[in-house]
Design a protein around this ligand. Sequence first.
Ligand code: HPA
Length: 279
Amino acid sequence: MTDNPVYDKLLSCLNAIREKTDFVPKVGIVLGSGLGDYAQQIDICAEIAYTEIKGFPVSTVPGHAGKFIFGYVDQVPIVCMKGRVHYYEGYAISDVVLPIRLMKFLGTEILFLTNAAGGVNPSFHAGDLMLIRDHISVFAPNPLIGANLDTLGVRFPDMSAVYRPELQEIIRTTAKENGIYLQEGVYAQLTGPSYESPAEIRMLRSFGCDAVGMSTVVEAIAANHCGLKVCGISCISNLAAGMSATPLNHKEVQEAADEAAPRFQKLVTESVKKFGASV
Ligand code: HPA
């Protein structure tokens, strides 16, 4: 026990996992809405349901059934999060980023974040993939608020290159090599769970935002804080509020993500294989 409950919970979750597997991943992958089929690409060594890890936040959203999958993509040892928890479910923000810190403790060096997002950039289309170049975090709580976990990182971490340029370049090249059209841009996280209003989307666009969602940024901040190398891709599942004639619904988000899934899987797999050589 330490004097920090956030750190204590991390250690007890780590112990619970280490009682079940000694697998050491190099790359961590967080699968977003509807992209959970990615497990098919993995030569699986172990699976641990989040419910088996005492204290671990368990998602309540349909389509976010939660487990860690340990295994290999080609020769690269990975841990995959099938299902993430969102702040709008009511968890403390420290719980929302606990799985990210846990992946670091398990040995992960590179974190690949994925999500489904609304397209804010008018040149985007539903089904596009977008390489995340940078983010806007100011509409979500900062996950580092509270006593700093000095063993993880510094109090005031730099955020000028969260999405590592070298990983971005690998993903860009991989997309080109595989004929996958890739948009690029800035992702903003809002808390949700309501979708944005058209006025909020206009505001986000004027702030330089290209895609909007309800996850990822807090994870990226916590990951960067603890020294993980981060990269991310959004699947643009819909045009954001006010940009198309129809209202938004969760089913549409999942259907567009399903349609993009083969391209997404290919891009992640081929990129991860190259990451394996780079760490
Ligand atoms: N807004 C916020 N989050 C989302 C959206 C959206 O339009 N689409 C998918 N996730």
